[in-house]
Design a binder for this molecule. Sequence first.
Ligand code: ZN
Length: 419
Amino acid sequence: MLQSLWGHESFRPLQLDVIESVVAGKDTLALLPTGGGKSVCFQIPGILLGGVTLVISPLISLMQDQVSALMGRGIGAFSFTGYVSAAIFAHILKRISRSSCFFLYVAPERLHSRQIKTILRTCSVRLLAVDEAHCISSWGHDFRPQYRTISELRKELSGIPICAVTATATPRTVRDIVKNLKMNNPEIVKGSFDRPNIRFSVDLKTDARRNVLNHLHKNSGAVVLYESTREGVEVWTEKLRLAGISAVAYHAGMSDEARQKSQTAWMRKKSRVIVATNAFGMGIDRPDVRLVLHVGIPGTMEAYYQEAGRAGRDGRPARAHLIVTADAIESRRSIVEMNKGIGRYFARRRARRLFAFVKRYADRDMCRRWAILGYFGQDSPPRCGNCDVCLATIDSQQIDPELDYTSVKIAPGHRDAIQ
Ligand SMILES: [Zn+2]
């Protein structure tokens, strides 16, 4: 079925584990890194189980993409994103009653509307899917309080499995998801977060401009340079151009047209470097990025790993380098403290805590990969042999140069269940 509808030869690692568990009626939490094909994990069970699959998703663009992809495969789907008139609602009910399976995408804010209640009462809902499940945890980096109300649905939908998926979840976030969704003895399927082909490194208190140019000269190929502010993006684009390096800017303050132009120039290799804020990312996939440089320090480890992970998607050697200057820390700190006003106290406190992890990552003289994977709750050897810290130790200890320290084993994905 996957082949005829999705055109893939086989399932990617761990997808099958998730699908089997959901179809067997178990509550399932899938932790799969970006690009791991998460939506398939609830779409295939939805088709196999039949009836209505209710999908809760935080982003309108994500919902619309998935709905049009399903409809393109001849599968009934609809997203409740805006006002739905009585006529359209009646039409949807009719489509549901005529389809063997139907996918209904809902933003958490719409979950308790009268129309959704009607569907829960009159249609056969057989699967509850929660996309980007880390949004339920105040420890996650995209906390959405409305996600906490999802568990109220379980009273009306007792006896059906719940499938929650996410790409970033620390052990604490996992516990939060399980607790807040009231998952019952869930199967937790965990993919490896390791990206062994990326060499991670950090520079502290350095002359950022010289450091960046040095990296650009030493490495060839496409580059993403991240800054935390729009002004910073403009300044760096200019600095690089003055140094004779082709660079384009990308941030949310630019017009759609100007942003599109930058993106196209970089995707078509007309420009080597794209200088961007975190607005750059969603849906942009260039596999041959050789270097991701951060001159602006990210606010969370989740954001850092997601952005750094744009390097080397083709599996070939790539680098992720973080430059930490006093200015960059100050600039991030002011973004964190911008959360002003009543009720913002907890948001600010959370942002400070999440940022502290990034600073600790940069400050400590520990293997970078071990630190990152540890943050995401994955065991790995204390030395990876392919980061600045490990390589510096190897140099100083004069270890046999014949040994291949760059061959890092990928930890196999494993399943475990919470007791
Ligand atoms: Zn290392």
